[in-house]
Design a binder for this molecule. Structure first.
Ligand SMILES: Nc1ncnc2c1ncn2[C@@H]1O[C@H](COP(=O)(O)OP(=O)(O)OP(=O)(O)O)[C@@H](O)[C@H]1O
Length: 240
């Protein structure tokens, strides 16, 4: 019953003969309303993407490539009390602050989460996240596993969590050794920690293998995850 067509108010011209706009007008008139050019679905919500993984797995390498590959992303700069490594730039790689400055940020509730990692403080400033989400940017957070666990508690399913792994334990250790940024002691701590950390995989949404020489592949997969998340009917909706 309800499926019967409405009575035609304007005859619909033959599709192969009619001029396009004439045809559209006739269709609109028959349907009783004009066709809207407004988007059929609203813009997807800004996404918070948490990229984590054991030390040396290639988080920075993946994020640096992602920066080149994709627009509309805001990469949150972590504040840290650790010393700058050669080549690192304040405000780009980290905000390098003193322990006292870090403490004041904690007291002023300026950090989304913070932790003591390998003897140094690391924390995520909230202000820029709010600012960029307001402008419609997707937010990329780079955190260690401890940070990801805390963020999961704070953000729940409102953010997407990606776990980056090397193809094998040997590959991960080699990468860390070849980077030449660690002392023998800190290498030992990082490797022992990494062994434990792989066990936390279950609390993540996606896992991406960053295999030796296959950085591009890992980055492409991260981009695909972002695309898929943007196409979800039920969007995640994060509030910072
Ligand atoms: N797919 C890859 N193939 C080969 N080398 C890689 C790959 N990904 C990263 N690397 C190299 O491995 C080393 C460690 O990577 P990176 O510094 O990005 O790790 P990280 O996860 O950010 O480490 P940390 O948590 O200790 O800061 C770097 O020298 C980087 O260039």
């Amino acid at each position: 019953m309800g499926d019967s067509p409405r009575p035609l108010s304007v005859p619909i011209p033959a599709v192969d003969k009619a001029d396009r706009s004439e045809l559209l007008r006739a269709l609109e008139s028959s349907l009783g309303s004009s066709f809207s050019s407004e988007p059929l679905i609203p813009n997807p919500n800004p996404l918070i993407i948490v990229i984590s993984g054991p030390s040396g797995v290639g988080k920075d390498a993946v994020i640096n490539k992602l920066r080149e590959a994709r627009e509309g992303l805001h990469f949150v700069v972590t504040a840290t009390s650790r010393a700058k490594r050669p080549g690192e730039v304040d405000g780009r790689d980290y905000y390098f602050v003193t322990r006292e400055e870090f403490q004041s940020m904690v007291e002023r509730d300026e950090l989304l989460e913070y932790a003591l990692v390998y003897g140094d403080y690391k924390g995520i400033p909230k202000q820029k996240i709010r600012e960029y989400m307001g402008k419609g940017y997707d937010i990329v957070l780079r955190v260690d596993i401890q940070g990801a666990q805390t963020l999961r508690k704070i953000l729940g399913n409102s953010a997407v969590f990606i776990f980056l792994v090397a193809e094998s334990e040997m590959a991960m250790v080699e990468r860390l050794v070849d980077r030449k940024t660690e002392t023998a002691e800190s290498l030992l701590v990082r490797i022992a920690t990494a062994r434990e950390e792989v066990k936390h995989l279950n609390s993540f949404d996606y896992v991406v293998v960053n295999a030796k020489g296959k950085l591009e592949k890992a980055v492409t997969l991260v981009e695909s995850i972002i695309e898929a998340e943007k196409a979800k009917v039920w969007q995640r909706s994060a509030v910072i």
